[in-house]
Every structure is written in C-alpha cells, then in structure tokens.
Design a protein around this ligand. Structure first.
Ligand SMILES: [Zn+2]
Length: 66
C-alpha cells in the first residue's frame, strides 16, 4: 500500500572512526554522505537527524576503549 508513503522519516547519523559520517534513511535504510532535504531513494521529507554513535562500537571492536 501507498498509505505509509507520507510517514515522516529522519536521518540517522552514523559516525565512524576511520571514514566519513553517513546518514541513513529511517524509512528505506539507504545511506548517503550528507543529510538531504528529501531522501534521494524513497523521496520522503526528512524531519530531523538522529545521532547514532556507531563509532563507539567500532572503537570497542578495535579495542581502544579499555
Ligand atoms: Zn529513504
């Protein structure tokens, strides 16, 4: 159904230790290198940007936090 197409979406900001930040669409899950006004993949209007500190997990994997 197309009823969910107008559901607001937002960017989930993924920060990485060793590479540039990414912005993941909460609706379709595609990642982009910057937060667009609309998702280039699914076309939803983006309402906000949520911070997801992915780098913490990566740091733990690299064993540099303890
Ligand atoms: Zn999208």
């Amino acid at each position: 159904m197309f009823g969910r197409k107008n559901k607001p979406a937002y960017w989930i900001r993924k920060t990485h230790l060793l590479r540039a930040d990414e912005y993941e669409c909460s609706a379709c899950g595609r990642r982009f290198d910057k937060p667009y006004v609309q998702c280039p993949n699914c076309g939803r209007n983006m309402t906000k940007c949520k911070y997801d500190p992915t780098w913490v997990d990566e740091a733990e994997m690299l064993d540099i936090l303890d």
